[in-house]
Design a protein around this ligand. Structure first.
Ligand SMILES: [Zn+2]
Length: 115
């Protein structure tokens, strides 16, 4: 299983690559979509980003978290993924009950602001 640490590292690598491709000298804001908005997850995420961004273009970047609705996957019709606030969500395609996407995926990079 990939740890949260590895996930943050991969996300930061993606953000840094994007900043470099724009010729930026630093990342000012990291915008992340958050699928698990528990205070613990949020605090851990911010802490890990801080640690891993030391001595990179993302050092001192502001971490901005955007809460997202829960994500579901439907195994009835080809694994369609969809989002819903309803814990009993049904697939918009076939009406079958959806399954929550594994909760270990807690965040995703949305975009970076660089300067
Ligand atoms: Zn379906």
């Amino acid at each position: 299983m990939v740890s949260e640490f590895e996930r943050v590292r991969a996300m930061l690598a993606q953000a840094l690559a994007e900043a470099r491709s724009r010729g930026a000298s630093r990342i000012t804001e990291l915008h992340l979509v958050l699928y698990d908005s528990s205070p613990e997850t949020e605090a851990n995420l911010r802490q890990t980003v801080r640690e891993l961004s030391l001595n990179t273009l993302a050092e001192h970047a502001q971490v901005i978290l955007h809460p997202a609705p829960s994500r579901f996957i439907c195994w009835n019709c080809c694994g369609l993924r969809f989002e819903s606030d309803d814990p009993e969500a049904v697939c918009p395609n076939c009406g079958h009950k959806g399954f929550l996407v594994p909760p270990d995926i807690t965040f995703a990079l949305e975009h970076v602001e660089a300067g």
